[in-house]
Design a protein around this ligand. Structure first.
Ligand code: ATP
Ligand code: MG
Length: 443
């Protein structure tokens, strides 16, 4: 009987090992990304999981001859000799002098969009229509490798701070955040809602684990077609108990962001270089109260009508202001108006018109909302009633408060929003693998 014992090493040499194999014959696997034929030789770029390996074909090196099966997007196994190649900038590069190519899978058609050049240059909508193909382009791919790094940094940092990773249900009896942007679903004849955030569940788990986090999709029925809203996005959430102040949450986020940026610098260098990512230096993050930030905006910008919240132009202005004043790419805005924050937000005991809450702006865009939550049962019930809600509908949520909860708070950080501004995109769809918006549910 055959036995299965674990992952088999088939003896392929990763590019990172080329430096130890100069002048030796090695075996690699990958997809033919690009072929440039010259008169008596050819460059064949092989796309592996993370890099492009330059392979050189010449009748001088091998018996093998190029043929009609050697086409872009074919999957191949290649053997050849590793040689050090000349680079203009003097950096170390290695290439493979091809001895043999074995094609193991051939494409049935030529890609609908050119992906073998440095960049995908078609319109964003065409790019998104052809996502399974355009994501193969190394620059497109690098966006999502960076995105992986962000999630990984968030996870690793919180794990180091004794947070427990959780998964909350996405089909719920009520939307957590209220408002009109909740998706309704027919659930065996009953109306249920897709989760707008893991809010109610992560709070319920504070008395269980004290500190929890979740990285998962959330759903918002955004009715407008904007450059910063998706209908499904990845929310990086955490919630922590026994906080002494709501600034503990902001400090935790600052720690996480420092860790993430450092991780990108150290472990995502190929992608950071390829995309020329401008990684923010974070030493500390300045804070400003909502009221003061609003005054600044009113002084500097015209036609401000909404005094309870910020328009995107105001956020952009505050981003520039933080850069000029504090040389910071980030700015915490605190103490948002009680009227504008959800029912679970704790009011400031010193001024109940405002809340112990914050948003984090990154280069002039909101990427996080967070704050301290109400933990006292009577206080929560009273606030619900004041806001016209029926506490009876939230019986299971209120178990948290009824049976005792420590002071706690947390936040939600939009992964695509952070990726978008880190990489300097104007549209959040650039930083979303398969975006869902009012016009798009496919691919
Ligand atoms: P906005 O005011 O920008 O519409 P919001 O205040 O309604 O956002 P929150 O409920 O505070 O959003 O969500 C927390 C974070 O989740 C936001 O700071 C943002 O990073 C992200 N986010 C919210 N809505 C979306 C969306 N529709 N698409 C992508 N990311 C979003
Ligand atoms: Mg918000």
């Amino acid at each position: 009987m055959e036995e299965i014992t674990g992952v088999i090493d088939y003896g392929y040499t990763p590019y990172s090992e080329f430096k130890n194999n100069v002048e030796k014959v090695v075996k690699i696997k990958g997809v033919i990304h690009n072929i440039r034929e010259m008169s008596d030789f050819a460059f064949i770029l092989i796309r592996t999981a993370r890099e492009l390996i330059q392979c050189v074909y010449s009748p001088e090196f091998s018996e093998f001859r190029l043929n009609e099966n050697i086409v872009e997007q074919a999957s191949a196994k290649i053997t050849g000799k590793v040689v050090k190649s000349e680079t203009r900038d003097g950096s170390e590069r290695y290439e493979l002098q091809i001895h043999d190519i074995e094609i193991i899978s051939s494409p049935a058609a030529i890609p609908p969009v050119v992906i073998s050049k440095k960049q995908v240059t078609c319109d964003l909508s065409v790019n998104l229509d052809n996502r399974p193909v355009t994501l193969r382009n190394p620059k497109e791919r690098a966006i999502f490798k960076i995105q992986e790094g962000i999630q990984r940094g968030f996870r690793e940092y919180l794990q180091s701070q004794n947070f427990t990773e959780i998964h909350s249900p996405k089909i719920n009896f009520a939307g957590a955040e209220g408002g009109t942007n909740v998706f309704k679903l027919d659930y065996f004849g009953k109306t249920v809602y897709l989760a707008q955030s893991p809010q109610l569940y992560k709070q319920a788990l504070v008395p269980v684990f004290e500190r929890v986090f979740e990285i998962a999709p959330v759903f918002r029925a955004e009715h407008h077609d904007t450059s910063r809203h998706l209908n499904e996005y990845i929310s990086m959430d955490f919630e922590m108990g026994f906080i002494e102040s709501f600034t503990d949450i902001m400090n935790m986020e600052t720690g996480a962001l420092k860790y993430i940026m450092n991780l990108l610098k150290t472990e995502y260098t190929p992608e950071v270089e390829l995309l020329k990512v401008d990684i923010p230096e974070i030493t500390s993050i300045p804070c400003i109260r909502f009221k003061d930030a609003k005054e600044l905006c009113v002084k500097k910008l015209k036609n401000i009508t909404d005094m309870k919240d910020f328009e995107p132009e105001e956020e952009a202005f505050l981003g520039k202001w933080a850069k000029q004043q504090f040389n910071s790419d980030f700015l915490f805005v605190t103490h948002y108006l009680s009227k504008k924050r959800p029912f679970y937000t704790m009011d400031d005991p010193e001024d109940p018109e405002v809340t112990l809450s914050f948003d984090l702006l990154f280069r002039g865009l909101e990427i996080t909302s967070g704050g301290q939550r109400i933990h006292d049962y009577n206080e929560q019930v009273a606030k619900m009633k004041k806001m016209g809600m029926n506490p009876d509908e939230f019986e299971t949520y209120l178990m948290l408060h009824k049976y005792g909860a420590p002071p706690h708070g947390g936040l939600g950080l939009g992964l695509e929003r952070l990726t978008m501004h880190l990489l300097g995109f104007k549209n959040v769809r650039n930083a979303t693998m398969f975006p869902r918006d009012i016009n798009r549910v496919s691919p």
